[in-house]
Design a protein around this ligand. Structure first.
Ligand code: AHZ
Length: 331
């Protein structure tokens, strides 16, 4: 049975505070909660197992549904979520899974830089802020959002509301699914290998704990620059591909900070780096050996926008390739 829909309706005020009193409409059990009457207040009853089933049933249904995804986005930072927004909005028929290693999605975008709140974006990235309806101060060549968390929370909230998006957080991508084309020898990325992040972090202390898998037509990796988790897919790709004349692939390694060069390079370089694998955001600096930009976020947003375009440019070809092996996509 599906849960009753809760509709919040302001129906009055408390004392002189003009605080709205909320009435909860839940089907037949129309109840009015007066926040002024705390002595009589109580929640509707529930059994613990009901809570457990409410969560696990949905999670495992989602896992079942997204185990064949159209797109898997690795990393829910500013680049990954910007791409997710564009993809989900423009192609509501595509199933988009986002895998985020941290419990809290958002990556490095909760502060503008160091411990400062304001977030700077150089024009024309303000057009993306306009799309998201996020207010900013216009300073000429650049704009300032009053808090980076306002950008991230708005973006995240919009992405999570799309019905074709599922965020699996506290889950790490720890390998890639690969396919080698028998006739051309080309190596294609066809999905991701995952585990609970707490398990990934403890492989050395436990006996073998095998992972889970998600097939995808295209993997978009936005895991940020190198670090304990960062640049994951780029590093894995480098170790998968022999450095031969046919398959040269060597990481460039992120260079020092140059805001002007770095932002243009990241956006321009965002692309399908290997068949089935698009890389965007700061992970791309590790691939191409381009500069870091530090605390200015326009390139992350627009690299996400270009990544969405790159994914859509190749998804039909990659889908066809997937369908021609091992039973195809079983949606
Ligand atoms: O937790 C990571 C973060 O939320 C997540 N992630 C990394 N490896 C993962 C893995 N599986 C699942 N193996 C993984 N998730 O990816 C997210 C990356 O977000 P980010 O904000 O670090 O990357 P971004 O490229 O979107 O933005 C980078 C912004 C910049 S620029 C910069 C500089 O120039 O110094 N520094 C930062 C943080």
């Amino acid at each position: 049975m599906s849960p009753p829909t809760m509709v919040q309706k302001p129906v009055g005020s408390v004392g002189n505070l003009k605080t709205p009193v909320v009435r909860l409409d839940s089907g037949a059990n129309d109840t009015q909660v007066s926040f002024a009457d705390w002595e009589k207040f109580n929640f509707a009853p529930i059994r613990e197992s009901t809570v457990s089933r409410a969560m696990t049933k949905r999670y495992f249904n989602d896992l079942d549904k997204y185990t064949e995804s159209d797109i898997v986005i690795v990393g829910a930072g500013s680049a990954g979520l910007s791409a997710a927004y564009v993809l989900a909005k423009n192609r509501p028929n595509l199933k988009i899974a986002i895998i985020e290693a941290s419990v809290s999605p958002g990556g490095g975008c909760w502060l503008g830089g160091q411990l400062f709140s304001a977030m700077v974006m150089r024009k024309p990235a303000n057009l993306f802020l306009d799309e998201l309806e996020i207010a900013y101060e216009d300073e000429g060549d650049y704009v300032v959002v009053k808090h980076a968390a306002l950008f991230m929370s708005t973006l995240m909230s919009k992405v999570l509301q799309f019905p074709n998006v599922k965020l699996f957080n506290a889950t790490a991508v720890e390998d890639l699914i690969t396919r080698r084309d028998e006739s051309t020898g080309e190596l294609r990325i066809a999905g991701v290998v995952t585990n609970w992040t707490l398990v990934t972090l403890n492989h050395d202390t436990q006996s073998c704990m095998d992972p889970n898998t998600l097939n995808a037509n295209v993997v978009l990796s936005t895991t940020g620059h190198d670090g304990p988790f960062g640049a994951f897919c780029a590093k894995r790709l480098e170790s998968l591909r022999p450095k031969s004349a046919n398959e040269p692939f060597e990481l460039g390694g992120m260079r020092g900070l140059d805001m002007n060069k770095a932002e243009d390079a990241i956006v321009k370089g965002t692309r399908e780096v290997a068949p089935g694998l698009v890389i965007a955001g700061m992970e791309l600096a590790e691939v191409d050996g381009s500069n870091r930009m530090g605390p200015t976020f326009g390139a992350m947003a627009l690299s996400g926008v270009k990544a969405a375009e790159s994914v859509l440019n190749v998804i039909d070809i990659r889908k066809k390739q997937n369908e021609s092996c091992y039973g195809g996509s079983q949606n």
